[in-house]
Write a protein that binds this ligand. Structure first.
Ligand code: NI
Length: 170
């Protein structure tokens, strides 16, 4: 299996709002496997379909240290939220930057698993933060949108420079 290409800020395709998955077809199941593979390959703890230019509501997560507890969420919806927690976030689409972002400290959500079954659960701490970060991606939102405009522009400039220096890049 080959990893999928991960889009990087300021790629405008990251701003696409993803559509709900209508049917869990074999293609969708295969995609969830590739999404997980790409996430592990990039050593991320979460990856949204949007980040690999596939605009349906699917996210892959694994916050375990052993990297063997994959979680696929299809059409995830936050049904309840409470509290506030701030932590440094990073993103595979914004490589090299870690900035503090405030999130709900507890969320309740509903989603469909890769097996096609709906389930609901509660998440807090790192898992809760990660889910909120990934759902944002499905809405075309990035964690740097929570930062000041000045900071975001600085990140944009630095990333452009890095990409320009990359061999073979356009
Ligand atoms: Ni991200």
């Amino acid at each position: 299996m080959h990893p999928l290409e991960i889009l990087e800020f300021p790629d405008p395709r990251l701003r696409t709002v993803a559509s709900p998955v209508k049917n869990i077809t074999d293609e969708i199941v295969k995609f969830t496997e590739r999404l997980l593979f790409t996430m592990y390959d990039a050593t991320g703890i979460g990856l949204a379909a949007t980040q690999v230019n596939f605009h349906q509501r699917i996210i892959a997560i694994d916050i375990s240290e052993t990297k063997n507890k994959p979680l696929i969420l299809i059409n995830p919806i936050i049904t309840e939220s409470a509290g506030e927690i701030e932590s440094n976030e990073g993103c595979l689409s914004v490589p090299g930057f870690y900035e503090p972002v405030k999130r709900f400290s507890e969320i309740k959500l509903e989603a469909i698993g890769a097996n096609g079954e709906s389930f609901s659960f509660e998440a807090s701490e790192l898992l809760g933060i990660c889910i909120q970060h990934e759902i944002d991606h499905l809405d075309g939102k990035l964690f740097i949108d929570y930062l000041s405009k000045t900071k975001r522009q600085l990140i944009r400039k630095k990333l452009k420079k890095t990409n320009a220096n990359r061999p073979g890049s356009k």
